[in-house]
Design a protein around this ligand. Structure first.
Ligand code: AMP
Length: 283
């Protein structure tokens, strides 16, 4: 695997690959890699000639400074995992390489409704930061395929919109990969390494709350079911930001369900200091 730290260097390498008609897959990450990330690398190596990963802890997508400061960093292990997975290139830029013009970043992404709800509501500015970094990374890596995890359901929709409203060429095809989970159902996440033993045991309840919704949902009014899910989370020691059932395509709230509409349950909840998110398609 080739390690690039400078935009110019990786750009040159990518242009030479594109001249050779190589198909490029790109997996953006913030590092502290786990098998969930590696499943995205596997998906990419399966269909592309070259797979590029990036590791960049993007300061402007953190609305909570302490979350940014405490974000886990495990570069040596990450490099090993990527190498074992057959990743061809790793882009490991500095903040200056990504934001040479400094802050605040000028471009505003007109994301509309999708930015006003859930993560957009609870983490103001978060999706603008996500769009800024992924847009920049895409202009550098010019991939044919972009790999994202369903774990960040709303982020996938936001980034789809970003690729539609910017003038990327080519517009990368979006590949959304399923959420990889630990044995007890907890969605793999870099932030899980910050859970202590007691919190780690309790953390499975976020998955269990989603399973409860999936197993017991009936057509009709969904409010009682949602309240039950919220109560379960609270009893397990979580402080939920939200637990909702939304239309899987538009992320509009679904209060009365006809039993047919495709729906998704999404949640974000704190276990002490650590905020976990998860989601599950219900039908
Ligand atoms: P992050 O490093 O958390 O920014 O994640 C980088 C990419 O990996 C994003 O597209 C995530 O949605 C994806 N990802 C994170 N956790 C998982 C998981 N458990 N399963 C599959 N993909 C994941």
């Amino acid at each position: 695997m080739i390690l690039f730290k400078k935009v110019n260097d990786i750009h040159k390498w990518i242009e030479s690959q594109r001249e050779k008609q190589k198909k490029i897959g790109f997996v953006p990450t913030m590092g502290a890699l786990h098998q969930g990330h590696i499943s995205l690398i596997d998906a990419s190596t399966g269909t592309n000639d070259k797979t590029i990963a990036s590791i960049f802890v993007n300061p402007i997508q953190f609305n909570d400074p302490s979350d940014f400061e405490k974000y886990p960093v495990t570069i040596e292990k990450d490099i090993q995992l990527l190498e074992q997975a057959g990743c061809d290139a790793l882009f490991l830029p500095s903040v200056n390489e990504i934001y040479p013009q400094g802050f605040p970043v000028k471009q505003h992404y007109d994301l509309g409704y999708i930015e006003t709800i859930l993560e957009g509501e609870y983490r103001p500015g978060h999706f603008q930061g996500v769009c800024a970094v992924v847009h920049r990374l895409l202009t550098i890596t010019i991939p044919d395929n972009l790999y994202l995890g369903q774990k960040d359901y709303q982020q996938c929709m936001v980034l789809k919109k970003m690729t539609e409203i910017t003038n990327l060429s080519p517009v990368p095809a979006l590949n959304i990969c399923p959420t990889l989970r630990e044995e007890d159902g907890l969605a793999m996440s870099s932030r899980n390494t910050r859970l202590n033993a007691d919190e780690r045991k309790k953390a499975t309840n976020i998955f269990q709350a989603l399973v409860l919704l999936k197993n017991t949902i009936q057509p009709g009014n969904l409010e009682k079911l949602i309240n039950e899910g919220l109560q379960n989370l609270e009893e397990a020691g979580f402080k939920p930001d939200y637990l909702v059932i939304y239309d899987a395509k538009t992320l509009e709230p679904v209060i009365e369900w006809d039993g047919k509409r495709k729906i998704v349950a999404l949640t974000a909840a704190y276990l002490n200091e650590i905020r976990l998110i998860d989601n599950m398609l219900l039908n």
